[in-house]
Design a protein around this ligand. Structure first.
Ligand SMILES: Cc1cc2nc3c(=O)[nH]c(=O)nc-3n(C[C@H](O)[C@H](O)[C@H](O)COP(=O)(O)O)c2cc1C
Length: 463
């Protein structure tokens, strides 16, 4: 089974996990401050009275990975792991179900065009002090790629005025590639932005699908049931009928505008995005505005984990296949240690230079359209008695097994993903390799104290 966006909200409400705020709230700073507090308290919310708007603002739905259980668990329990969420998406990619065209549905209950469209009437928050303005943070964008496949991804949008917004595309996105192709080939480009999409589509939109598989179909695969769509009256793009609202836009690639928003790595990100003219607004009766806390926020970063899940799995496999000395490894993607990956690799080494050689080779490893250094900030190599998943153990090894400065490696010439805001004007930023393995000559002096059979000796058997 699976639940729709509205059913998840109803379930959270019935479980007492949804707070309704009826007092007037200013979408500029006041609402984000409350959203942050609600997220820390794991509460979903509906702001019923946002100043300057007749729409209710809903959010805080998936603030932990376990919350994805609300979509799939019959009993409505919050039981779901990171791994299960990642596997759901991989399952959808392996067995996509094509989207299904229907004639009617909630989102076309109201179709607005021309001057009836007013984006400034949305309760869109301005999150941080230096943000350029109000952002849509929970909108998924739908467009046709040059190869004809329908693409869906999360793209943050800055509201410019009543009928114009900017749609941001990162260097990792297919949207950035599509912008470049349309500009180069002087083709008109349309993007539909959707708020309150089916939860499976939110998961699929966050993830990276192969080039010829549509995230709409991946979402069908996740649900085991096709996503119903109507074709947008202006763009012809497939729009899920069961969503809160949608905006069809025409993209002006000759008008790129700078805009700034507090990012998932807790730094400001300044991007250039094209001005997009909204040609229609579709919305269900009593449509709610879906919003996600920006910055280093749990809901955003859980979805971000789905973005990199497939990349991480592929990377782990490739490293294990390439190096027979690898015993265990973990790719840490956790914004507490920044927006880039940190790799910890446990090896059984053959000589003291091996970890240093591996670090350099790994940073240079070809990952398709980027090398590993583009997304990875630090590689730590440990011995196979250290658990790469346990950063306490890794820290311990780092500070107890390094005697020589040559075991610390720094690289200054790697081009970095733009979310690494410490990058220099030439697009590079430092990469760090740490060889935290024992030097062979001193290996006997650096043995970790262990208790034989510790795991089998249970205190409860003695009480
Ligand atoms: C909440 C959230 C917001 C995001 N915002 C953006 C964004 O503004 N621009 C962007 O290119 N990617 C953004 N991403 C990442 C993309 O949605 C993600 O990389 C996705 O896989 C891109 O799809 P694509 O490669 O099919 O374009 C965001 C992800 C999440 C979870």
């Amino acid at each position: 089974m699976y639940r729709s966006f509205r059913q998840v909200i109803e379930l959270l409400d019935s479980q007492g996990k949804l707070i309704r705020v009826s007092k007037p709230v200013d979408p500029r700073f006041e609402m984000p401050a409350l959203m942050k507090a609600l997220e820390d308290d794991s509460k979903a919310f509906i702001f019923e009275n946002v100043k300057g708007s007749d729409y209710k603002a809903v959010g805080g739905l998936f603030t932990s990975m376990s919350r994805y259980g609300l979509i799939f668990n019959d009993d409505g329990s919050e039981e779901f792991t990171y791994e299960q969420a990642g596997q759901k998406v991989m399952g959808g990619i392996a067995n996509p179900i094509p989207y299904n065209n229907v004639e009617s549905g909630p989102v076309i209950e109201n179709v607005l065009t021309g001057s009836d469209i007013d984006l400034t009437s949305l309760p869109a928050p301005t999150f941080f002090e230096l943000d350029t303005g109000p952002f849509l943070t929970a909108a998924v964008g739908i467009f046709k790629k040059p190869n004809g496949t329908i693409n869906v991804g999360f793209y943050r949008c800055l509201i410019i005025d009543s009928q114009n917004l900017l749609i941001n595309a990162s260097g990792l996105s297919d949207l950035r590639k599509a912008y470049a192709w349309h500009k180069e080939n002087e083709q008109e480009m349309r993007v539909a932005m959707v708020l309150g999409a089916p939860p499976a589509l939110l998961m699929a939109a966050a993830s990276k699908s192969p080039d010829d598989i549509s995230e709409l179909d991946v979402a069908g695969g996740i649900n085991g049931d096709a996503i119903d769509v109507i074709f947008g009256p202006e763009s012809g793009l497939p729009i899920p009928v069961d969503c809160e609202m949608a905006f069809e836009t025409i993209v002006d690639l000759d008008n790129m505008v700078e805009n700034t928003l507090g990012e998932f790595g807790a730094q400001y990100g300044t991007e250039h995005a094209p001005m997009c003219k909204v040609t229609s607004m579709l919305k269900r009766n009593d449509a709610m505005f879906y919003t996600l806390m920006a910055g280093r926020a749990k809901e955003h970063n859980n979805l971000g984990y789905l973005t990199v899940y497939g990349i991480i799995k592929g990377l782990e496999q490739k490293i294990k296949e390439t190096y027979s000395n690898v015993r265990n490894l973990t790719v840490h993607f956790d914004t507490k240690i920044g927006p880039l990956m940190h790799l910890v690799i446990a090896i059984k080494k053959n000589d003291d230079d091996e970890p240093g050689r591996m670090i350099k080779e790994l940073f240079e490893m070809n990952m398709g359209f980027f090398n590993l250094a583009w997304m990875a900030k630090r590689i730590i190599i440990v011995d196979d008695d250290v658990d790469p998943n346990d950063m306490d153990d890794v820290e311990w090894a780092t500070w107890t097994r390094i005697g020589r400065a040559e075991k610390l490696h720094t690289f200054s010439n790697f081009v970095t993903w733009e979310v690494d805001r410490a990058a220099l004007p030439d697009g590079t930023s430092v990469r760090i390799g740490v060889d935290a393995t024992k030097d062979m000559d001193y290996a006997d002096d650096l043995v970790k104290p262990t208790i034989p059979n510790e795991d089998e000796i249970k205190l409860k058997d003695y009480l």
